[in-house]
Design a protein around this ligand. Sequence first.
Ligand SMILES: CC(C)(COP(=O)(O)OP(=O)(O)OC[C@H]1O[C@@H](n2cnc3c(N)ncnc32)[C@H](O)[C@@H]1OP(=O)(O)O)[C@@H](O)C(=O)NCCC(=O)NCCS
Length: 138
Amino acid sequence: MEIRDLRAGDGDALRALWQAAGIRIRPGDDDASLGALAARNPGLCIVGTEDGRIVASALAGFDGRRGWLYHVATDPEMRRRGVATRMVQTIEERLRTLGCRKLNLIVWDDNTEAMRFWEANGYERDPTIEYSKRLGET
Ligand SMILES: CC(C)(COP(=O)(O)OP(=O)(O)OC[C@H]1O[C@@H](n2cnc3c(N)ncnc32)[C@H](O)[C@@H]1OP(=O)(O)O)[C@@H](O)C(=O)NCCC(=O)NCCS
């Protein structure tokens, strides 16, 4: 698998991957939003490809204090081969270089497979509850 930065034009393939991976497509997943995230975070929004086909994704942002990870996904046919681990490790290394000390992510409370994955990669479950507020229609 090759790892490269997300490009304009990857949106449809990414949304197909996320749908196949059981990730609900939500605001922030449209082409313009993905492009904005990638432009603000060079090298932190990456895709994994096999023969040019996108088989994995991992998006991250660094706000100067924390890193945040989004949409870590592996094609169902490619799982348990270390694909997502490679993607996450790539982002971790790049964030470390940028001076980021802590990387956060959100897991839906019924996604036990993802929890096992994060624990296998050294992530700890924090005793926190997430709050959010929508600031617009989308
Ligand atoms: C979670 C996900 C990204 C893991 O991708 P992957 O490429 O299969 O992960 P890896 O092969 O790097 O797994 C590394 C380790 O994590 C653990 N792990 C991964 N998937 C697991 C599962 N389904 N059940 C239990 N442990 C799992 C294992 O310890 C695994 O090592 P092993 O295969 O040697 O036992 C993938 O299952 C996926 O795309 N899920 C749907 C989307 C999703 O939930 N994303 C996370 C949102 S928070």
